[in-house]
Design a protein. Structure first.
Length: 256
């Protein structure tokens, strides 16, 4: 279960701060974050199985991220990959609200998702489980695998820690990562109220902010800082099974 926290226009130096964990099976082929040869302005990781991305941003200041909407086991097959939504927005030219309007008619062709988009018109959230476009006002937001700001323990903890980070004059990648790095599972009583497709012990394991196991866990942690001048600092730390550190990717550029 993934986790994203965003501080939007909440800091005097950084109007956009993000910390995010991507949780996925280790067997799913992935390329670490980089600028894509076929889309030179796009910085993102690549899902080599379906071809899309879970999180990315561009030199023009477009940002997108997606999480799955957690539901019980389903026998339904969905014809389209959720990761293509982020990629289409990042490589297109529609404003965020217009893009969300354009996907509304076919949003049920995707398994449940939450989509975050940002461009020069603002920050938006959309889930195909209610099909409502939300314009996010300046604030602090947390998203996992349910509606935005659903107070799951990992989300509450991340927001609380990010609120403390916002008190710092200077903020680092390490500060942001610390808001999403806790690997303590919640108790059975604290588990979100929905069905899991494995046993209760697995449900507790993936309830942590940072998930460690042999076959599934946090594959990448991404932190992003954007200042008022449009200078972007991007860091992605990749992980192998059981939380062992893999490649680290860091990029700095200015929004055009």
């Amino acid at each position: 279960m993934c986790l994203i926290t965003i501080a939007y226009k909440q800091h005097q130096q950084y109007p956009f701060l993000l910390s995010a964990n991507r949780d996925e099976f280790y067997r799913r082929p992935t390329t670490c974050a980089d600028f894509w040869p076929e889309h030179p302005s796009l910085l993102a990781g690549r899902d080599n199985e379906a071809g899309g991305t879970w999180l990315g941003l561009t030199r023009e200041g477009r940002f997108a991220a997606i999480t799955n909407y957690r539901e019980g086991p389903s026998s339904k097959d969905y014809p389209m990959s959720r990761g293509e939504l982020t990629l289409k927005f990042l490589t297109g030219n529609l404003h965020a609200a217009d893009f969300l309007e354009s996907i509304h008619p076919q949003d049920q062709q995707y398994a449940g998702f939450n989509l975050l988009l940002m461009d020069n018109t603002g920050l938006y959230c959309y889930s195909n489980r209610d099909s409502q476009i939300q314009i996010l006002k300046p604030g602090l937001y947390g998203l996992s695998n349910h509606q935005i700001d659903t107070p799951w323990p990992k989300v509450r903890l991340a927001k609380e820690r990010l609120q403390q980070v916002l008190k710092h004059t200077k903020i680092s990648h390490a500060d942001l990562f610390a808001t999403i790095s806790d690997n303590t599972p919640v108790t059975e009583e604290e588990l979100p109220d929905f069905n899991f497709d494995r046993d209760i012990e697995w449900a507790k394991q993936v309830s942590a902010q940072f998930v460690k196991s042999e076959d599934y866990g946090t594959r990448a942690s991404t932190t992003i800082l954007v200042n008022h001048e449009g200078d972007v600092q991007f860091r992605e730390q990749n992980y192998l099974s059981c939380g062992r550190e893999g490649a680290t990717r860091e990029f700095s550029f200015s929004v055009k």
